[in-house]
Ligand binder design. Structure first.
Ligand code: TYM
Length: 327
């Protein structure tokens, strides 16, 4: 079983990234051969600072290990260290239509937030497809916001296999049962994300405990007082119930049974405390790992070598089947 997932370069990751990303990476790495990629090439598709990118790449690497990725077992690497990824994106763009890319809702949302809409923002899903397909991936652990990109990846793989001959494994997305779409605590109709929405409703993994407590205390709920999971009617409180489940491992039913109609005040406080407990050990490991630049660079160099080996046969097969002269 091959497992692959990517995460944008940043140390500023959220509770949403923890729920749909890190938590699933740690669990799936037990099930086979896993690769986790800091997708630094994706980071240049929206406005950014070069110095910030360097910092974000090292910070993102530290966060993967801090949340439980084992370097003995899994491959962690930066996308730009394995040129096959950029090459695969170009080759796969021949098997991707303009119409498909235009339908991507993330592009539609993000392009309205940018002053300068780069061509890279539009073609980004092709690079992501290359990330996944180059490693003959069976399983892709992701959150719900990446579902459309994964479906596109499957379509591209099938089209390429049909046109040029069987080349790629067609991957399956793996989504968490609870917490596949964590929402902004202030605007529960929006995804929790650092790039948009009220920052007071965005919980970062590296937030100070008191900042986390305050964000939960002031979370938006509704006027009833019943703690119940019903995302259609009660998006704010349902989000908190899911977060409680993510932080403690308790089922939605057990959480509803425990809090029921005892009111929102205590519940919000307890969810905040559960998240503080969840993130404290991660923050401690993160600070240690992040302090050692050379150590992180060594881990990345080791990962890059393994990822080059893992991707080389597939890239060679792509060139071969597409008709390029091989020397
Ligand atoms: P990125 O960096 O935005 O997010 C990393 C992971 O976190 C998940 N996630 C969430 N899950 C639940 N609730 C949320 N509010 C939330 N916010 C983010 C994302 O679904 C993702 O799994 N395009 C990808 C990176 C990527 C990739 C790949 C992923 C590039 N190549 C290949 C998988 C395979 C992205 O921008 O993720």
């Amino acid at each position: 079983m091959r497992i692959f997932s990517g995460i944008r370069a940043s140390g500023d990751k959220t509770l949403g990234n923890y729920s749909g990303g890190y938590r699933q990476y740690r669990a799936t790495q037990e099930q086979g051969e896993a690769l986790f990629c800091i997708v630094d090439l994706h980071s240049i598709t929206t406005a950014y600072e070069p110095e910030g990118l360097r910092e974000a790449t090292l910070a993102g690497t530290a966060m993967l290990f801090a949340t439980g990725i084992d370097p003995e077992r899994s491959i962690v690497f930066a996308q730009s260290h394995v040129p096959a990824h950029a090459e695969a994106a170009w080759l796969l763009s021949a098997a991707t239509s303009f119409g498909e890319l235009r339908r991507m809702t993330q592009f539609k949302d993000k392009s309205t937030e940018q002053e300068f809409v780069s061509a890279g923002l539009f073609t980004y899903p092709v690079l992501m497809a290359g990330d996944i397909l180059l490693h003959q991936t069976d399983m892709v652990p992701i959150g719900d916001d990446q579902r459309q990109h994964l479906e596109l990846t499957r379509d591209i793989a099938e089209r390429f296999n049909g046109r040029y001959g069987e080349t790629f494994t067609v991957p399956q997305g793996v989504y968490p049962e609870e917490g596949a779409r964590i929402r902004n605590l202030q605007e529960p109709e929006r995804l929790m994300s650092t790039s948009a929405g009220n920052p007071q409703g965005v919980v970062r993994i590296v937030d100070e405990p008191d900042v986390i407590r305050k964000k939960f205390k002031t979370a938006v709920t509704d006027s009833e007082r019943e703690v119940r999971h019903d995302p259609g009617a009660k998006p704010g409180i349902s989000n908190l119930v899911e977060i409680m489940s993510v932080a403690t491992g308790g089922s939605l039913g057990a959480i509803e049974a425990r809090y029921g109609d005892s009111g929102y005040g205590q519940f919000k406080e307890d969810v905040g405390e559960a998240v503080v407990k969840l993130f404290e050990p991660i923050q401690e490991r993160y600070r240690e790992l992040r302090a050692d630049d050379n150590g992180l660079r060594r881990l990345l160099a080791d990962g890059a070598e393994k990822a080059r080996e893992s991707s080389a046969p597939t890239l060679a097969a792509m060139y071969e089947r597409m008709g390029f002269v091989r020397l």
